[in-house]
Design a protein around this ligand. Structure first.
Ligand SMILES: Cc1cc2nc3c(=O)[nH]c(=O)nc-3n(C[C@H](O)[C@H](O)[C@H](O)COP(=O)(O)OP(=O)(O)OC[C@H]3O[C@@H](n4cnc5c(N)ncnc54)[C@H](O)[C@@H]3O)c2cc1C
Length: 363
């Protein structure tokens, strides 16, 4: 297993539960993601995969709703109290990943922290995996199957010739802010603007995330230089600005600029490897579906790996790839409907590129 995010840990515990010996290489390239949101419905899934209490209330903040200025100037609210799944969470991503890794370890997975995959060679005997470990040494291990859960980098799959197909050029500029005082706001605020859209929500430790999503070419016109641009200050639209002003926040560091495109790997599996989570398919962050899908499909990848290794049954692998294609198809339909719901800037480059059904759906 390569990668210790939601997909890698879910795949690891599922494969272990089905009887495989599992080793997981976990490496985080700084800066780590500060905070993200888990939608209602994710907590029961985490409990099912990792055991009761996988989302600790001490480490994360409950989320009770979303507010959006989308297709209108004022905010419309969605209260999670009316959701059959109850509340969501604003999580400290580093703490969530650490917690899930600890639970995977308790379930019998061997976790190598600080081990960065440097090379994976496929041959007649299976894989030889090389990883750089913290003291600069190289660790070599054999493996029968590799699950690539390295996020958008898709480190293993791309080394085996798989290609990343991008369906748009969405990028995110994210800032982590620090407040002087506790912020009682338990919602995520989303606001559309002429050149893209913004979001903000509080995260544990009197911190707040703010993100600006736009296209890569439009961001570079604004003078931002990635991936960490210290000269660029956030200039959010009014509703997001209100949320920041209520908490008296200041930026903790430079903007982190990252790929946020909707994209998929072609193919999703190959001889001896399976891609899972963002490595396989990455979704528009507007959907907030990234982590829940990574967990669900990570579990499927772990099960498929166990069936292939222990029973020589490769049928689950083809069902896995079909399942991912269906999820992407559904995502694209919802994504087009969401962008269609914002008609205020029909001639802006960002909005005029969206809201139409992407060609993938016609193919
Ligand atoms: C701006 C933005 C905001 C988002 N907000 C949300 C949100 O609020 N809610 C939500 O559900 N989703 C959100 N997402 C999506 C979410 O972050 C991803 O879908 C999710 O993290 C995918 O999990 P993963 O395990 O597949 O990959 P990741 O979480 O990216 O984990 C991959 C891991 O592999 C490690 N790795 C990489 N290369 C190597 C290597 N060579 N060796 C060892 N390890 C390696 C990485 O360091 C990382 O720890 C957002 C995405 C963006 C871009």
């Amino acid at each position: 297993m390569i990668g210790g995010g939601p997909a890698g840990t879910a795949a690891a515990v599922a494969a272990r539960a089905h009887g495989l010996e599992v080793e997981l290489l976990h490496f985080v390239r700084p800066p780590a993601r500060a905070g993200e949101s888990l939608p209602p419905g994710c907590e029961p899934l985490l409990d099912e995969l990792f055991g009761e209490g996988a989302v600790s209330p001490e480490a994360h903040r409950s989320a009770y709703g979303n507010e959006a200025a989308w297709g209108r100037d004022d905010l419309a609210s969605v209260d999670f109290l009316f959701s059959p799944f109850g509340r969501g969470w604003h999580v400290d991503r580093a703490a969530l990943d650490r917690g899930l890794l600890a639970r995977a370890e308790a379930a019998g997975v061997t976790v190598h922290r600080g081990a960065r995959l440097s090379q994976a060679t496929w041959g007649a005997e299976g894989w030889e995996v090389r990883a750089a470990v913290s003291d600069g040494a190289v660790r070599r291990s054999p493996a029968v199957v590799l699950i690539d859960a390295t996020g958008r980098a898709a480190r293993v799959a791309r080394s085996q010739g798989a290609r990343r197909r991008r369906l748009d050029r969405l990028v995110a500029a994210c800032w982590e802010l620090q407040a002087e005082r506790e912020d009682p706001d338990t919602s995520t605020t989303v606001e559309a603007a002429p050149e893209g859209w913004w979001y903000t929500h509080a995260v544990p430790g009197r911190r707040r995330m703010i993100g600006f999503l736009t296209d890569a070419d439009l961001l570079s016109h604004r003078g931002a230089r990635g991936p960490h641009d210290g000269r660029w200050e956030p200039a959010p639209p009014p509703r997001v600005r209100d949320a920041l002003e209520r908490g008296g926040y200041r930026a903790k560091g430079p903007a982190r600029i990252c790929d946020a495109s909707t994209s998929y790997l072609d193919p999703l599996t190959g001889p001896g490897w399976i891609a899972a989570g963002d490595a396989a398919v990455s979704f528009d962050p507007l959907s907030s579906q990234g982590m829940i899908t990574a967990l669900l499909m990570g579990r499927e990848a772990g099960r498929a790996a166990a069936a292939a290794c222990l029973a020589g049954d490769v049928e689950p692998l083809s069902r896995y790839a079909e399942g991912y294609a269906a999820l992407l198809h559904e995502h694209l339909i919802h994504q087009a409907a969401h962008y269609d719901a914002e008609p205020r800037w029909p001639t802006s480059p960002f909005w005029s590129r969206r809201g139409r059904r992407p060609s993938l759906l016609h193919g």
